[in-house]
Write a protein that binds this ligand. Structure first.
Ligand code: ACM
Length: 430
C-alpha cells in the first residue's frame, strides 16, 4: 500500500482501491490508523482474526472520511474489578477497531487502588485488594479475595500500545470521594483510625480529609501519574461526595490547579461545577445533559457521557433475565440514536462508560460493552442522520461477524446465551 500525507481534516483519510493497487492519503498518524482499519473492514471478517487469514481481494472504490468529534471515548473501570494488563491491551484493540480514540482508565475507587506509587507502597499492598465482593446488588458476599495492580512499566506499555493505535489513555484518580482504598492504605488521609477497602457497591460516605498533608500526598501521587501518562487531560473524579464541605471543594480545586501548573488540563465529573474558582477544565457530563450545557456556559470543555444514555453497565433490555440487571434500560437502539444535547465549540465529544461493579470477568465486559459500543462508535464518528433500521442489518450481516472473528462475546441481538445469564444474582433496575 502506498501511504501519503494530504490536506484533509484532522484524523481524516482517503482510501483509493483500484485494480492497480491501494493508495492511502492521510491527514496525520491517526488518519493512517483509520484508513488501514477501513481497509481491514473491506477485506471481510476473516481479516479480524490474528492468524489464518490470506487476503484475497477487496472491492474497488474510494472512501474519504474523518470523524465528527475529536473525543470518542470509552471509560473502563479497572478499580471495581481489576482487568489484567493483557485484557486492557485487548480492550485497546477493540477500541481501535471501532475508531474510538480515548480510553478513560478509572484506576482508583473505594474497592481498589490499581497502580503502584513508589512513595506510597501501601496504596497497592493494602489498597490493591479486598477480601470479598458483594454479589450483585443484594447483601450477599462471595468471600473471595479480589485484587491486582499495574506497575509503572505496565502502564507505560498500555500507553504506548494505545498511542500506536491513535488512542490517548486519560487516567483517572478519583478524589475526594471514591477513595476508601487509599484511606485503608493510609488512614491518616481521613478522619477515622482505620478503614477497609470496601467490599460493597454504592456510594461511600468516607471522604479524604481536605488537609494540607492530604493535599501534599495527592500532589505526589498525581506527579507520579504525570510521569507515566502524556495525556494532555488528567482526570481527578470529584463525583458523589456526600457530606462534602467547602474545604473538600477547595481541595479539589487545588489539585486541579496543580495539574494546570504542570501543563495539563484537569477533567472532573459534573459535580465539580459546584466548586468556585475552578480553572478551565474538561467536564464529564454524566448526571444529565443539562450539566454539560451548564459547564459549557461556565467556560469549560465538555465530554457528554450521560447515564441516561451511554452507561454500558446498565441493562440492555427490560427482560428480568438480563444478567445482573442494574440501571436503566439502554437498548442497542437507544445507544445508536443518542445525540448530545450540547452543540458548539465547547463540546469535545462523547464517551461511553463501562463501570465494572457487576462485571467480574472480561467475558462480562464483552457482554455489556458489545455490540452497544459498536453502535456508540458511529454516534462518535459519523455526522448526519442515523437510522436504526439501516444500521441493524449492517451490524448483523457485517459487523457481528467481525466481532466473532475478534473473539468478542457480545450480547446476541435476541438476548443472552444461557451461559451469559446469572440466575439468582439480584440487580437494581431503575
Ligand atoms: C459516575 O458515574 N459516578 C461518574
Amino acid at each position: 500500500m502506498d501511504v501519503r500525507t494530504a490536506s484533509l481534516p484532522p484524523e481524516g483519510y482517503r482510501l483509493t482501491i483500484s485494480p492497480t493497487g491501494v493508495v492511502l492519503e492521510v491527514a496525520d498518524a491517526a488518519g493512517e490508523v483509520y484508513g488501514r482499519e477501513t481497509l481491514r473492514q473491506l477485506a471481510g471478517p476473516a481479516a479480524f482474526r490474528v492468524a489464518g487469514f490470506a487476503p484475497a481481494s477487496v472491492p474497488c472504490g474510494v472512501v474519504e472520511d474523518h470523524p465528527r468529534f475529536g473525543w470518542r471515548g470509552c471509560l473502563l473501570d479497572v478499580a471495581r474489578h481489576f482487568r489484567t494488563k493483557a485484557e486492557v491491551l485487548r480492550f485497546v484493540d477493540l477500541l481501535a477497531a471501532h475508531k474510538l480514540n480515548v480510553l478513560n482508565l478509572h484506576l482508583t475507587d473505594d474497592q481498589g487502588w490499581r497502580f503502584e506509587v513508589p512513595e506510597y507502597p501501601r496504596l497497592t499492598s493494602v489498597g490493591g485488594w479486598r477480601p470479598s465482593s458483594m454479589v450483585g446488588s443484594g447483601g450477599e458476599q462471595d468471600g473471595r479475595p479480589h485484587g491486582g495492580c499495574y506497575t509503572g512499566d505496565d502502564l507505560r506499555e498500555i500507553v504506548a500500545y494505545a498511542s500506536a493505535r491513535a488512542i490517548t489513555v486519560v487516567p483517572e484518580i478519583d478524589i475526594p470521594g471514591h477513595a476508601r482504598a487509599a484511606l485503608a492504605a493510609y488512614p491518616s488521609l481521613g478522619t477515622s483510625s482505620s478503614y477497609e477497602v470496601w467490599t460493597s457497591w454504592g456510594i461511600s460516605t468516607s471522604l479524604l480529609s481536605p488537609t494540607a498533608s492530604t493535599l501534599d500526598f495527592f500532589r505526589t501521587v498525581f506527579d507520579h501519574l504525570l510521569e507515566i501518562f502524556p495525556s494532555p487531560v488528567i482526570a481527578l473524579g470529584g463525583d458523589e461526595t456526600p457530606g462534602a464541605t467547602d474545604e473538600h471543594r477547595a481541595f479539589v480545586r487545588q489539585l486541579a490547579e496543580h495539574l494546570v501548573a504542570r501543563g495539563r488540563t484537569p477533567m472532573g465529573w459534573d459535580e465539580v461545577l459546584d466548586i468556585d474558582g475552578l480553572p478551565p477544565m474538561v467536564i464529564g457530563s454524566w448526571q444529565n445533559e443539562e450539566a454539560g450545557v451548564r459547564a459549557a456556559s461556565a467556560g469549560h470543555d465538555v465530554v457528554m457521557c450521560p447515564e441516561q444514555h451511554v452507561y454500558l453497565d446498565h441493562r440492555q433490555s427490560p427482560d428480568p433475565g438480563e444478567p445482573i440487571p442494574v440501571g436503566w434500560v439502554h437498548t442497542l437502539e437507544d445507544v445508536y440514536t443518542y445525540e448530545p444535547a450540547l452543540t458548539g465549540p465547547r463540546l469535545r465529544g462523547v464517551q461511553a462508560q463501562v463501570w465494572s461493579e457487576h462485571l467480574d470477568s472480561v467475558r462480562r465486559v464483552d457482554y455489556m460493552a458489545f455490540p452497544r459500543l459498536s453502535a456508540f462508535a458511529e454516534v462518535a464518528w459519523s455526522s448526519g442522520s442515523r437510522d436504526y433500521a439501516e444500521f441493524l442489518p449492517r451490524l448483523r450481516d457485517h459487523h457481528l461477524p467481525r466481532l466473532d472473528a475478534l473473539g468478542v462475546e457480545y450480547r446476541p441481538l435476541d438476548g443472552p446465551h444461557p451461559w451469559q445469564t446469572r440466575p439468582g444474582v439480584p440487580g437494581r433496575p431503575r
